[in-house]
Design a protein around this ligand. Structure first.
Ligand SMILES: Nc1nc2c(ncn2[C@@H]2O[C@H](COP(=O)(O)OP(=O)(O)OP(=O)(O)O)[C@@H](O)[C@H]2O)c(=O)[nH]1
Ligand SMILES: [Mg+2]
Length: 223
């Protein structure tokens, strides 16, 4: 997967991220970890690993991803969480779809045949279903798991989308703007694991609310 760079957003992931980087070693991928400068515990935990560390200038999950994508030098990027919930064995299938030109953005989905989440709660499951349905109805999104954000995509195309969400609303902004720009989106089955250690960074109610606002804004914005 020589044309691929992983973008790993990390916030207080000193326990999980070293395990994730260990698991990734055998794949020999380019890796950019994006975190805040003062997240010293995470920085110290990964200093022996072969990855680029990028300090985000602002705060937030979306901000980290925006900066990561801007720094990708390969044709493709993949958002890869620092908590161990994504399995790198799934990258090859996503990459093959991108290389063959089957899609510009390949979205992992936990809600297809042969897919699974070990980490869903009833709240995240219902929230996801509702936002995915809104995505289908109002934006004609052909994806089945809008909030998962295990996405492998064309870096150059992502960089022309004018992404700006610095919060978890990035999850909906990326597919919606990609679709508005007529890029091709597909879903592929994914098996989400539970995070290895550490704490969840998002809040289902606060971030769910921000995502709703963001979708309304995106609906009324001109293409
Ligand atoms: N750089 C950066 N990374 C972040 C920020 N917020 C979350 N992340 C990372 O983004 C990824 C997704 O966040 P999670 O907390 O795992 O969100 P989640 O998957 O909904 O929650 P879990 O169910 O606990 O896995 C993880 O790798 C986090 O470390 C942030 O503000 N800055
Ligand atoms: Mg997670």
């Amino acid at each position: 997967m020589e044309h691929l760079t992983l973008i790993v957003p990390a916030k207080n992931e000193k326990e999980s991220l070293p395990n994730v980087l260990d698991e990734l070693k055998k794949y020999n991928l380019k890796i950019i970890v994006v975190l805040e400068k003062d997240d010293l515990d995470t920085i110290n935990a990964i200093k022996e690993y072969d990855c680029k560390i990028l300090f985000q200038t602002n705060k937030g999950y979306g901000d980290a991803l925006l900066q990561g994508i801007k720094n990708v030098k390969t044709n493709f990027f993949c958002i890869f969480n620092a908590d161990g919930s994504f399995n790198p064995v799934e990258l090859q299938n996503m990459y093959d779809h991108a290389i063959k030109g089957n899609a510009d953005f390949v979205f992992g989905s936990r809600y297809m045949n042969e897919a699974l989440s070990e980490d869903d709660t009833i709240i995240t499951f219902i929230g996801n279903k509702i936002f995915t349905l809104i995505g289908k109805i109002f934006f004609s999104l052909p994806i089945s798991d809008i909030l998962y954000t295990f996405v492998l995509g064309n870096a150059q195309k992502a960089n022309t989308l004018k992404l700006k969400e610095k919060s978890f609303s990035f999850c909906v902004e990326l597919p919606i703007l990609a679709k508005k720009s007529n890029h091709k989106l597909i879903s592929v089955p994914s098996h989400e694991r539970v995070r290895i250690a550490g704490k969840k960074k998002d809040n289902a109610f606060k971030d769910g609310f921000l995502i709703k606002i963001s979708m309304i804004k995106l609906y009324f914005e001109r293409n």
